[in-house]
Design a protein around this ligand. Structure first.
Ligand code: ATP
Length: 135
């Protein structure tokens, strides 16, 4: 069974749509294998987004993702990585199709409510970073 790391980012927590996001994951048939609420340190945030270290928005992204509590979870199921990315919708919420999480709840590319691992390699790396006891 495949596993993916999902984050409900601080904007999603601030807007009180944790339940909405969890509900969509569960209704899809995916299972939540681990979950907690935490505020990321700069170190963990930089490690999580290391592939974006040279992008102009990196500092702003790290500030945003550390700016309040987020919900971190390990989600599992058949093709969980792709299944969750379909639920999330396109990175840019304006392009994200209505019916997806970003398509329904977001308008700005940085504050796009959720994160989901984009490959089995990323999922392994991110689960080790967030839930080392499960890796
Ligand atoms: P995630 O990795 O969070 O699931 P993604 O894989 O859809 O998102 P990436 O291209 O990996 O998107 O970007 C990671 C995150 O960086 C995005 O989710 C968004 O919060 C932020 N981001 C991406 N592009 C921009 C941008 N041009 N300006 C500001 N923030 C951005």
């Amino acid at each position: 069974v495949e596993r993916t790391l999902v984050l409900i980012k601080p904007d999603g927590v601030r807007r009180s749509i944790i339940g909405e996001v969890i509900s969509r994951i569960e209704r899809k048939g995916l299972r939540i294998a681990a979950m907690d609420m935490r505020t990321l340190s700069t170190e963990v945030a930089e490690a999580h987004y290391e592939e974006h270290a040279n992008r102009p928005f990196f500092a702003s992204l790290v500030e945003f993702i550390t700016g309040g509590p987020l919900v971190a979870m390990v989600v599992e199921g058949e093709r969980a990585i792709e299944a969750f990315r379909s639920l999330a919708g396109a990175t840019d919420p304006v392009s994200a199709v209505p019916g997806t999480i970003r398509g329904d709840f977001a308008l700005e590319v940085q504050e796009n409510i959720v994160h989901g691992s984009d490959s089995t390699y990323s999922a392994d790396r991110e689960i080790k970073l967030f839930f080392p006891e499960l890796a």
